[in-house]
Design a protein around this ligand. Structure first.
Ligand code: IDP
Ligand code: MG
Length: 151
């Protein structure tokens, strides 16, 4: 277990459905720490870089249209084992398979509208953080309650 940073995004459907606060609150309540945040419309070029791995798949064009369709809330979240923790809290890609208690399991219905993105591993996290944020936009700071969260 180590201190990690992961890239998380409330996708356009999450913003439109006014779920930003709900989603953010779950991460905050878990004791995770937000170290960067940006509310923005995603340029097509950035969407294509972010989803490069899915280029050519049948859902790719729809995915790019979806992610560029309205503003998103992009953020970097820090905590012990944060990459795996956040993925578990987000739930399975297909909301129909996502467990109750996960974000997708509680708020979503369709794989094409699954409200939130989270990096799937250490390499992806590093690449995505660097893609979405400039160096100075990720903030190093400590929280006053850390002694109550970590031993
Ligand atoms: P993830 O977001 O859980 O990591 P990925 O397999 O990396 O899932 O897929 C990226 C995104 O592409 C998904 O979150 C979803 O928005 C979209 N997507 C994946 N598979 C499908 C599909 O079969 N139909 C429509 N959209 C899909
Ligand atoms: Mg993925």
């Amino acid at each position: 277990m180590s201190m990690e940073r992961t890239f998380v995004m409330v996708k356009p459907d999450g913003v439109q459905r006014r779920l930003m606060g709900e989603i953010l609150a779950r991460f905050e309540r878990a004791g995770l720490k937000v170290v960067a945040m940006k509310f923005m419309k995603v340029p097509r070029e950035l969407a294509e870089k972010h989803y490069e791995i899915h280029r050519g798949k049948p859902f790719y064009e729809g995915l790019i249209a979806y992610i560029t369709s309205g503003p998103v809330l992009a953020m970097v979240i820090e905590g012990i084992n944060a990459i795996e923790r956040v993925r578990a809290m987000v739930g399975a890609t297909d909301p129909q398979k996502a467990a109750p208690g996960t974000i997708r399991g509680d708020f979503c219905q369709h794989i094409g509208r699954n409200a939130v993105h989270a990096s799937d591993g250490p390499e992806t996290a590093a690449t995505e953080i660097a893609l979405w944020f400039k160096e100075g936009e990720v903030v190093d700071y400590s929280m006053d309650d850390e002694k109550w969260i970590y031993e």
